[in-house]
Design a binder for this molecule. Structure first.
Ligand code: HPA
Length: 282
């Protein structure tokens, strides 16, 4: 039989191969995947680690190049919920293509993950937000200029994915339960994704505010879109690391973003630990 030219066999077979490697590597079968952005890395010390795999050992996983993003898949339990934790993500601004940026999500889904908790650092657009706040994503606006589903279709999956409810209400409820247990005031809002890596201009932040965005960042949306294509439930959480450009007198710096992430890391870890507990009970 002639191969279907609309199908990219290398993408799906590469995903399958790496997922099989993962399944052979460890007996734990998590249904929950965590993507750990800045401000959430400390949850690693709350995970009872069964095994860890550097991305370099996972065929198809891209290497990260950003300071503060390690690049390791951790398998273990978080508050008695088995989890896969992706420590360090690859961003589109690093120059990788979208299928690379979202490869790990496809692998986790192929390995049996059903639910995802995506975390990130973001700048505040909403004037009520302060650095160190946490925000539950209610929705997103994709201004990255690209869509991870662009390109050849993948057999069995529609490319015309419905994003009416990209962020799952039941998982959001678990996040709220977790925040209450961790005694953390959770914000809610719309995350707007840009490609970066430059930060925004004050005019862009003003424009994004008018569009209805509460926070801005350079990640998460590609993972959400791919996860929804695969039928995964998604929850997402931002650590507000700074005020958006022009909302404070200071210029923006990556160092300041990392500094805030460092300051609130214990709270971030507590929040995710409580989420693990709530997930295990749900
Ligand atoms: N803009 C875009 N991405 C970010 C920001 C920001 O202000 N802070 C953290 N990630």
């Amino acid at each position: 039989m002639k191969p279907n030219p609309l199908v990219n066999p290398t993408v799906s077979s590469a995903v399958r191969a790496t997922a099989n490697r993962l399944l052979k590597h460890c007996r734990l079968r998590p249904t929950l995947g965590l993507v750990l952005g800045s401000g959430f890395q400390s949850v690693l010390s709350e995970i009872l680690v069964v095994s860890r795999l550097p991305y370099a050992k996972l065929e198809g996983f891209p290497q990260t190049s950003v300071a503060g993003h390690a690049g390791e898949l951790i398998i273990g339990t978080l508050g008695s919920a088995p989890v896969y934790a992706l420590s360090g993500r690859v961003h589109y601004y690093e120059g990788q293509e979208m299928d690379r940026v979202t490869f790990a999500i496809r692998v986790l889904a192929a390995a049996g993950v059903r639910d995802l908790l995506l975390t990130n650092a973001a700048g505040a657009i909403n004037r009520r937000f302060r650095p160190g706040d946490f925000m539950q994503l209610t929705d997103h606006i994709n201004l990255m200029g690209v869509n991870p589903l662009r390109g050849r279709s993948i057999p069995g999956f529609s490319r015309f994915v419905d994003l009416t409810r990209a962020y799952d209400p039941a998982l959001a409820k678990l996040l709220w339960r977790a925040a209450r247990a961790a005694r953390i005031a959770l914000r809610q809002g719309v995350y707007l994704a840009v490609s970066g890596p430059s930060y925004e201009t004050p005019a862009e932040i003003q424009a994004f505010a008018r569009l209805g965005a509460d926070a801005v960042g350079m990640s998460t949306v590609p993972e959400t879109i791919v996860a929804r294509q695969l039928g995964l439930r998604v929850a997402a959480l931002s650590c507000i690391t700074n005020l958006g450009a022009g909302l404070s007198r200071q210029p923006l710096s990556h160092q300041d973003v990392l500094k805030t992430a460092e300051r609130v890391k214990t709270a971030g870890a507590r929040l995710l630990l409580e989420f693990g507990k709530a997930y295990a009970q749900a």
